[in-house]
Each structure stands twice: as structure tokens, then as C-alpha cells.
Ligand binder design. Structure first.
Ligand SMILES: [Zn+2]
Ligand SMILES: [Zn+2]
Length: 164
């Protein structure tokens, strides 16, 4: 690798690492504030895998756009919600879209199976996918993606059998 490429790559890795740390901060505060389930990338099963497969398909489809705040800036955490799946959002835009459904039926709908729960019975979950750095075909880095979703009681139980 050419020395200047090595420098570029190292800078991208540093940026991606910083964005990853921001993502982990979000995940930690999510756990504190929402009392939900938050986890890093690890083998997922049950309803969580259903939601993450949907995210992966959307990502691979090439149809997933990014909000204007994520375009043309260095890597930063990006957010994805299954009920508005066409866009990767920055933190603020994700907050807005979540506020839009607060108190609606959508807010009580399980993102894995579609069951509509009573008020207060949807479990908030978040899964983080780590940042990505590419050297080929272009030098590029992407921040972590945090997938943010809600599960009904049954789906939550099957995904996290050990939790209360
Ligand atoms: Zn935005
Ligand atoms: Zn469900």
C-alpha cells in the first residue's frame, strides 16, 4: 500500500472508531433510559433475527437512502427503524420519526410479528451493527447502524428467554 493510502486508511479507521464509540454511548444510554434490551452484534435469533434480516435486505437492496444530515459528512451513528424503513437517519431525524408515532397504534405494534399490544407492553430493543471501513474500490467509512424496534411480549420472550 502506498504511504499516502496508509495515512488515509488510518484516518478513516480513527473516524470510524470514534463513530463506533458514539454508537456505544447511545446504546448505553438507551439501556439506562428505556430499560429495554440493547446489544452489540452477536448471533441473534428469534424475533430479533427477523427484524435484523429485514434491515439487511433493505440495506442490500440499494434502496436505502440516508437523511440529508448523513450525506457528505464523516462517519457517525446511523439509525434504522422498521416502521419507516426507506431511510437511514441521524440521531435527530430518528428522534423525530419516533416522536411521530408516540402514542399511536404503530407505537404498540410488534416489529417482528405485527401483533398490536396494549399500552406499555411493547419492549424497546436496539441492536448495533459496527462501523465499516473500506479501502477498495474507494476509501470510505461508515458509522455504526443502530436498529431500533419494538417487540410484543411473545416475541420478546422467545428472543430473550432469560429476561423477566
Ligand atoms: Zn438527519
Ligand atoms: Zn411479536
Amino acid at each position: 500500500m502506498k504511504p499516502e493510502d496508509e495515512v488515509r486508511l488510518k484516518a478513516l479507521i480513527d473516524q470510524a472508531f470514534a463513530a463506533g464509540a458514539q454508537g456505544q454511548n447511545f446504546m448505553a444510554s438507551f439501556l439506562r433510559e428505556k430499560g429495554g434490551v440493547a446489544e452489540q452484534d452477536k448471533p441473534l435469533f428469534g424475533a430479533v433475527a427477523v427484524v435484523m434480516n429485514r434491515y439487511d435486505l433493505m440495506m442490500q437492496s440499494g434502496l436505502l437512502a440516508r437523511c440529508q444530515h448523513l450525506a457528505g459528512v464523516g462517519p457517525q451513528p446511523m439509525f434504522w427503524v422498521p416502521f419507516a424503513p426507506h431511510l437511514l437517519r441521524c440521531f435527530e431525524c430518528c428522534k423525530v420519526v419516533n416522536e411521530q408515532i408516540a402514542g399511536t397504534v404503530e407505537d404498540r405494534t410488534c416489529d417482528a410479528c405485527g401483533t398490536v399490544e396494549e399500552e406499555g407492553f411493547v419492549y424497546s430493543c436496539a441492536v448495533e451493527r459496527p462501523p465499516v471501513v473500506l479501502a477498495r474500490p474507494f476509501f470510505r467509512s461508515y458509522g455504526p447502524v443502530i436498529v431500533h424496534f419494538g417487540l410484543c411480549r411473545v416475541c420478546h420472550k422467545t428472543s430473550y428467554p432469560e429476561s423477566p
